[in-house]
Design a protein around this ligand. Structure first.
Ligand code: ADP
Ligand code: MG
Length: 254
């Protein structure tokens, strides 16, 4: 089972991880908490150029651990692309996953940040808060299994029970479906765009070659519009469509 935490700095991820891991452990589950801070903090100083290594090494650790243990990912996982990468690791081993979104109001995040010595500037927290896309807003696979407000009481026994039940379900991954949908939409769009351009060209040549008058031009333009409208929602093959369009124009004697 892969438990993916997501939430802003100070939301309470590390605290939550420890409490959840203890509760799971009491339920005889072998669980490990992993996150990029483990690797990040193993460097004496922070440099941007280390980040690529930090990310890869964190993923490798999670990948290896997940074969034998439950893994709680204690990271901000700010972008849905990060959550997608993690889910893909679960998918690789046919393991279930659960996203847990931890949240707290901005003033609480700032207060906790100040108490921790403001290692992250408050301004940065504020910007992250404003820009953070709630998980699941865009994709089904990204929907949180649980959303937890860390200013309220947290029932870890209840959460552990829910996760254990979930871990027994047959895993479902929406990632591929959603990707396919996007690709299909793009493909449809490209085809319609090509047909639009191609029929425009044909029309303009037709108008020139037949030396059409104003009214006739209007008629032909209407014809093209109607032809395109009739295509909507149909599975189309671009070459066939263009042929049909030419035939239609040929038959249309002005
Ligand atoms: P994160 O890992 O998300 O950055 P931490 O777990 O380190 O957050 O918590 C940040 C601060 O908030 C800590 O000082 C911690 O004691 C406090 N905190 C975390 N969870 C809670 C909670 N549920 N209730 C009150 N304070 C909390
Ligand atoms: Mg933390």
């Amino acid at each position: 089972m892969l438990v993916i935490l997501t939430g802003l700095p100070g939301a309470g991820k590390s605290t939550f991880s420890k409490n959840l891991a203890k509760t799971l452990s009491k339920n005889n589950i072998d669980v490990i908490i992993l996150g990029s801070d483990l690797i990040r903090e193993s460097f004496p100083v922070w440099k941007e150029k280390y980040e690529d290594f930090i990310r890869k090494t964190t993923y490798n650790l999670i990948d290896t651990a997940l074969k034998d243990y439950w893994v709680i990912v204690d990271d901000t996982n700010y972008y849905n692309s990060m959550r997608r990468d993690l889910i893909n690791i679960a998918k690789k081993y046919n393991k279930n996953y659960a996203i847990i979104y931890l949240k707290a109001p901005l003033d609480v995040l700032i207060k906790r940040n100040i108490e921790r010595g403001e290692k992250i500037p408050n301004e940065v927290i504020k910007r992250m808060y404003e820009k953070f896309d709630e998980p699941g807003k865009k994709y089904n696979w990204d929907r949180p299994f649980l959303t937890v407000d860390t200013t309220e009481d947290i029932d870890f026994n209840d959460i552990a029970k829910k996760l254990i039940d979930k871990s027994k379900e047959i895993p479902k991954y929406y990632i591929e479906e959603e990707n396919k949908k996007e690709i299909k939409n793009n493909k449809d769009y490209n085809i319609l765009d090509k047909i639009d351009k191609e029929t425009r060209k044909i029309i303009s040549e037709y108008i020139k070659s037949k030396k059409l008058n104003k009214d006739e031009v209007k008629e032909v333009i209407k014809l093209r519009k109607k032809f395109l409208k009739d295509l909507k929602g149909k599975e189309v093959d671009i070459n066939t469509v263009i042929e049909e369009f030419k035939n239609m124009l040929d038959e249309y004697q002005i």
